[in-house]
Write a protein that binds this ligand. Structure first.
Ligand SMILES: NC(=O)c1ccc[n+]([C@@H]2O[C@H](COP(=O)([O-])OP(=O)(O)OC[C@H]3O[C@@H](n4cnc5c(N)ncnc54)[C@H](OP(=O)(O)O)[C@@H]3O)[C@@H](O)[C@H]2O)c1
Length: 265
């Protein structure tokens, strides 16, 4: 199977490197096109894939196109593939571009819309996807094999993708803010900055891994470390009094709304 990437930025590079790490295909099976020659060259140096400057050339070679340009560049990028969209599988990661829009931009193609996140760079994305009505079960399987190579994959109905964007698409930024704030807290208690940041990162990583490994409800895990009258209870009271739980809920809802607005809803 041959894969053509339209766009060679951060996400394309993360997905290509994930696919090669997971042996989804060989470097010679991937071609990437992008208007930025330096970016293409460094991607080729890192991965040995084929690079071309024209989207039409990349699309002509492959039955599967992976659209990794910014949403505002998607129409142009697809137009530049010329007559090479018919009967192809088009997998788009462009935020906010609906299956209907993709179908209109790529007549004759079967479409899949996915929402990965930036943790794809380290192979830990949470990616949700929805398949268009013409996509076959084999198309979904193929999309799953691609996104499994950069993390976990979840099939969803398309109407849920704005909510997915609000939670896992934008979510890494919420966690970065949390890490930053935890590290600031440590510094304000006298910890050296580097140690404080390392402790904050390892704490978030460890807590997430524990939650995943045990499959317990987070409230159960929280109770396990909250002794009556102890330090954690004092901290949690402070977080609840300051509305941190409500702030996270509203943050996800605000991002979901914004995703819908950007999609023109
Ligand atoms: N970053 C994330 O965490 C994340 C998460 C989920 C989804 N996404 C989606 O993933 C997509 C890519 O994001 P990114 O962060 O990888 O962006 P990026 O680093 O800016 O990469 C996009 C690349 O596409 C190139 N490009 C522009 N017009 C093109 C055209 N007509 N044909 C081919 N390539 C073209 C750009 O080249 P120039 O530099 O020359 O413009 C750029 O190198 C976006 O649609 C975004 O919504 C991103």
């Amino acid at each position: 199977m041959k894969y053509a990437f339209l766009g060679a930025g951060r996400m394309a590079s993360a997905i290509i490197q994930g696919m090669l790490r997971a042996n989804v295909c060989e470097p010679s099976d991937i071609v990437a096109a992008c208007p930025e020659p330096d970016l293409l060259q460094s991607l080729r140096d890192a991965t040995s894939i084929k690079i071309v400057s024209e989207n039409a050339e990349a699309a002509a070679e492959s039955p599967v196109l992976i659209l990794c340009v910014k949403p505002q560049d998607a129409a142009k990028a697809l137009k530049q593939t010329g007559a090479h969209l018919k009967n192809k599988l088009l997998i788009s990661i462009a935020a906010g571009l609906s299956l209907e829009t993709l179908q209109n931009l790529a007549p004759g193609a079967r479409v899949v819309r996915a929402m990965p996140n930036t943790a794809a760079i380290v192979g830990r994305s949470a990616t949700a996807y929805a398949a268009g009505s013409d996509a076959t079960p084999q198309d979904s399987e193929l999309a799953e094999s691609i996104f499994s190579s950069i993390g976990e994959v979840y099939p969803v109905e398309e109407k849920l993708l704005d909510a997915v964007t609000g939670l896992s698409g934008s979510g890494p930024a919420y966690v970065f803010l949390m890490i930053e704030a935890l590290a600031d807290g440590g510094v304000s208690c006298g910890l050296p900055r580097k140690l404080s940041q390392d402790l904050a990162i390892q704490t978030v990583l460890g807590a997430a891994e524990l939650a995943k490994a045990t499959s317990e409800h987070p409230a159960v895990l929280r109770e396990m470390v909250t002794s009556p009258g102890g330090t954690t209870a004092a901290a949690l009271t402070e977080l609840e009094n300051r509305g941190v739980r409500a702030a996270f809920i509203e943050a996800v809802r605000a991002a979901e709304r914004r995703s819908g607005e950007l999609a023109g809803k």
